[in-house]
Design a protein around this ligand. Sequence first.
Ligand code: ADP
Ligand code: MG
Length: 250
Amino acid sequence: MSKTLLLKTYLKQLRLPTILKNYEALAREAAETNQTFEEFLCCLVEQEVIQREDNNLKRRLKYARFPTTKTLETFDFTAIPSLKKNKVLQLSRGGFIEETENIILIGNAGTGKTHLATALAMNACRQGHKVRFYNVAGLVNELILAQSEHQLLRFEKQWLGYDLIVLDELGYIPFSTLGAQLLFQFCSSRYERGSIIITTNLEFAEWTQVFGEEKLTAALLDRLTHKSHILEMNGDSYRFKQSLNRQKEE
Ligand code: ADP
Ligand code: MG
């Protein structure tokens, strides 16, 4: 077997597709620029590592199922003065995930809660964390379905595998008794084992309205708020302000 063929076979066997793709061009370049063998090897391996990290990030972002792409860079902090930018930037470094702390974003509609939750969770993906984004109503439906199919244990194993879970839009739709219990179980099982980011339009005193039962709500709040960062995001709706501005320009 020729050396070229042998090398290609080895690279396939070792699953090094980026080296396989690039080595010929890089070898030419190395010869032209008088690189040492070590420099050439380092450059080759580096490309494989970068490509692999990139693929892993893409996979994590895909599995997280974010409804939209949002970043902190595109978030206008001046629009919501009650929110401390430094606090958000500190959270974006991801220390809260290592500490299994939660973040609760509370505020009226259109104040950027989903935007911030998504941006923080996308950063977590970049930091190598396993993340999953859920709309709360969607999650409750999944939980009810899993329970009816006796798949709750399997589902639980899956959700405990995530470092960070986003529960978006708590409060818009009240739950059935079963739904509330299952969501309680979901959040309780993650207690001190994994982080949650919750976005909600409800003050804590109003949570009983969606969970129905007072004792259950109190127990849930106790666990969720124990190690949590609470970000108040009350203000004017950003969407509404933007449409007003557009109208003024017309
Ligand atoms: P909420 O979840 O609080 O209802 P969203 O996060 O869905 O609000 O925000 C509504 C829209 O306005 C989104 O497109 C979001 O990107 C944008 N938005 C909200 N607040 C800001 C902000 N402070 N800076 C930039 N965009 C914002
Ligand atoms: Mg939202």
